[in-house]
Design a protein around this ligand. Structure first.
Ligand code: IMP
Length: 181
C-alpha cells in the first residue's frame, strides 16, 4: 500500500480552477488559429497527468477533433524527475500527414517533451505538430526545448492537482497547489 505523507490541509493554492478554465479558453483560440480550417486535429492526451487539462481544453476547440491517449511515466513516487522515463503505452493510429496536438500537464526537465516530439516526428511524420503544456517549469529545464504553447510559467516547486499527482494522490483537485517546506 502507498503511504500518503502529505496533508491536504497544508496545501497552498498556486493557480485556481477559474484561472485554469480561462487559460484553457485562451489556448483553444490560439490552437484553432494555428491549424488549417476545416481539417481534423488529433488531440493526444499524455496520461495520466494531462487528463484534466486535456478534457478542459478539448471543450473549447472548434476544429473537428479525434482524441487519442498515450501513457508515459517519469516520476515514480518522488518529487524530483527520475530521468527514467517509461513509455507504458504508445498505441496510436497512423498520424502520417495529420494535424497533431500533443497535450501535456507540465514540462519540467524537458526529457518527456523531447522524447515525444522526436517520437512523433520520426514515427508519424505529421503534417503539423503542436505541443501544448498547461505548466512550464522553465527554470528546471535540463535540455533545450520549449512547448509551442503553454498556460502558466511556474517556479521550480513540486505541484499537484488538476491531473498532477504526488504518489498517485491529488490528481482530482480542481486547482494547482503545492506544499510549502
Ligand atoms: P520532464 O520529463 O522532467 O519534463 O517531466 C514531465 C513529467 O513529469 C510531467 O508530465 C509530469 O507527469 C511529471 N512532473 C513534472 N513536474 C511535476 C510536478 O511538479 N508535479 C507532478 N508531476 C510533475
Amino acid at each position: 500500500m502507498i503511504e500518503l505523507d502529505k496533508d491536504i490541509n497544508d496545501l497552498k493554492i498556486l493557480i485556481s480552477e477559474q484561472q485554469i478554465q480561462e487559460k484553457a479558453k485562451e489556448l483553444a483560440l490560439k490552437i484553432d488559429s494555428v491549424f488549417p480550417q476545416n481539417e481534423t486535429v488529433y488531440l493526444i492526451c499524455v496520461l495520466k497527468g494531462s487528463v484534466m487539462f486535456f478534457t478542459e481544453l478539448s471543450k473549447h476547440i472548434k476544429h473537428n477533433i479525434q482524441m487519442e491517449f498515450i501513457r508515459i511515466s517519469s516520476y515514480g513516487h518522488e518529487t524530483k524527475s527520475s530521468q527514467n522515463m517509461q513509455a507504458i503505452d504508445l498505441t496510436l493510429p497512423n498520424l502520417n500527414d495529420k494535424n497533431v496536438l500533443i497535450v501535456e500537464d507540465i514540462i519540467d526537465t524537458g526529457l518527456t517533451a523531447r522524447f515525444l516530439t522526436d517520437m512523433f516526428k520520426i514515427k508519424h511524420q505529421p503534417k503539423k505538430l503542436i505541443f501544448v503544456s498547461l505548466l512550464n517549469k522553465k527554470c528546471a529545464r535540463q535540455i533545450d526545448i520549449e512547448p509551442d504553447l503553454y498556460g502558466f510559467e511556474i517556479d521550480d516547486k513540486f505541484v499537484v492537482g488538476y491531473g498532477l499527482d504526488y504518489k498517485g494522490f491529488f490528481r482530482n483537485l480542481p486547482y494547482i497547489g503545492y506544499f510549502p517546506n
